[in-house]
Design a protein. Structure first.
Length: 422
């Protein structure tokens, strides 16, 4: 029989203990035993159990003490208390102190198995959630933000410094530089990491829909609003809300945003009830907000409110030394996802990647590497695997410039080739 979960059975009746342990093992649950509180505590301290089944009366000792020890020192282990003298008061107290369930003797096989199954299933869900959170940390933590350039190292320090504050953060930089990734890294490194991270692109929605998305709407607020809808700010309560493309917000929307960012309160569309939220705001734009303020296209008071901490992301062309690191990271990522084996880049290909201006920044580099891996036929990404617009007509290989100065190479590239016919 397939084994599911590890159990510890604690009972001072050795005969009952042995028979129950044999039966549970036959049901597919590896079961250890203990005859008193001291043995039970020693067992859970020395081995990780999914479930502890403990009698309340352990001679002169108490199963509630084992429950308290598990709750304090081994919170992942579920505890089911068992007694032959059950009362409603004892059952309520057991659940109040953290027991997963409370069973009375004589035990019914089906009832016991159902309780065990529910406890094991809950344990598996908890473990799965832990794994998912670990994957989120890997994907959205700073460990996944690649860069050794001094500008990026300063940004890493800033993230560490501001993550646990309530200060509003404004992330600026060209499109494709990774503003969303930085916002998520701030959230994952903050005390709000277990709370929601809610992202919305302000430029993707018209003003009427954006207001409803951000603040929600009351039932009957407009045609088709059959029920109440919670907005993004309410959904981000106690967590983080990330407003991307904030420069696209209309003047009237800017007024509403100023109020909620300043007072942390708002009303739904078509509603009169005031909602209060505790949401940390991170905003991003690829526009120069100070210039928009000077042109009266962005409110000055909102600009000062959101520009508390500014994280400015450099363009990829300003951090050329990071291109090999980023390219290698994306190469490994795509190879794992596509099950292809590509060892790396030829010198010519890497030189071309570093000479390109990257108007789409890191996002464009990621797309180029994915294309090269999926369409490439060899074990190395070469110059021919890169898009023609990236390679350009005048790409110079490392071998062609070997032993010559940059000035001589440039002069030769300008010298017409008369050997070719018109």
């Amino acid at each position: 029989m397939k084994q599911r979960g590890s159990l510890l059975l604690v009972d001072d009746d050795r005969q009952v203990l042995a028979s129950m342990a044999d039966w549970l093992t036959d049901q597919g649950y590896p079961t250890d035993t203990a005859t008193n509180l001291t043995e039970g505590i020693a067992a859970v301290d020395n081995k990780s159990y999914d479930l502890v089944l403990a009698d309340i009366r352990l001679g002169n000792e108490d199963g509630f003490d084992l429950l308290a020890h598990c709750r304090k020192n081994h919170p992942d282990a579920a505890v089911i208390l068992i007694t032959g003298y059950g009362t409603v008061e004892v059952a309520v107290e057991a659940i109040r102190q953290g027991a997963f369930d409370f069973l009375t003797k004589p035990l019914i096989d089906e009832e016991l198995m159902m309780a065990i199954e529910r406890a094991i299933n809950q344990h598996e869900v908890i473990e799965e959630n832990k794994n998912l959170k670990a994957q989120l940390d890997l994907r959205f933590g700073m460990e996944n933000i690649i860069g050794h350039d001094h500008r990026m190292l300063k940004i890493f320090d800033m993230i560490d410094s501001v993550a646990d504050t309530k200060a509003t953060v404004l992330i600026t930089g060209e499109s494709g530089t990774g503003k969303s990734l930085i916002a998520r890294a701030i959230h994952r490194h903050s005390g709000r990491r277990d709370k929601p991270f809610v992202e919305i692109a302000c430029g993707a929605l018209p003003e009427t829909l954006l207001e409803s998305e951000l603040f929600g709407h009351a039932a009957g607020a407009f045609t088709g609003a059959l029920g109440e809808k919670l907005g993004k700010f309410k959904l981000a309560d106690e967590g983080t809300i990330f407003l991307d493309e904030i420069s696209t917000a209309s003047p009237s929307m800017q007024v509403k945003l100023l109020r909620v960012l300043q007072d942390l309160e708002f009303e739904q569309v078509g509603g009169t009830k005031t909602f209060h939220v505790d949401a940390r705001a991170i905003l991003a734009t690829n526009d120069d907000l100070s210039k928009l303020v000077a042109e009266n296209r962005f409110r000055q008071d909102l600009f000062y409110r959101i520009n508390v901490i500014n994280i400015e992301l450099p363009s990829l062309r300003d951090r050329i030394s990071d291109i090999p690191l980023l390219a290698g990271h994306f190469l490994q990522q795509v190879c794992e996802e596509s099950n292809k084996k590509v060892a790396g880049f030829t010198d010519d290909a890497m030189l071309a990647l570093q000479r390109y201006r990257w108007p789409g920044n890191v996002r464009e580099l990621q797309n180029v590497i994915e294309r090269a891996v999926l369409l490439g036929k060899s074990g190395m990404i070469g110059i021919d695997d890169l898009p023609q617009n990236l390679v350009g007509i005048g790409t110079v290989s490392l071998e062609s410039v070997a032993g010559r100065t940059l000035k001589k190479s440039a002069q030769q590239s300008r010298t017409p080739d008369h050997s070719r016919s018109a």
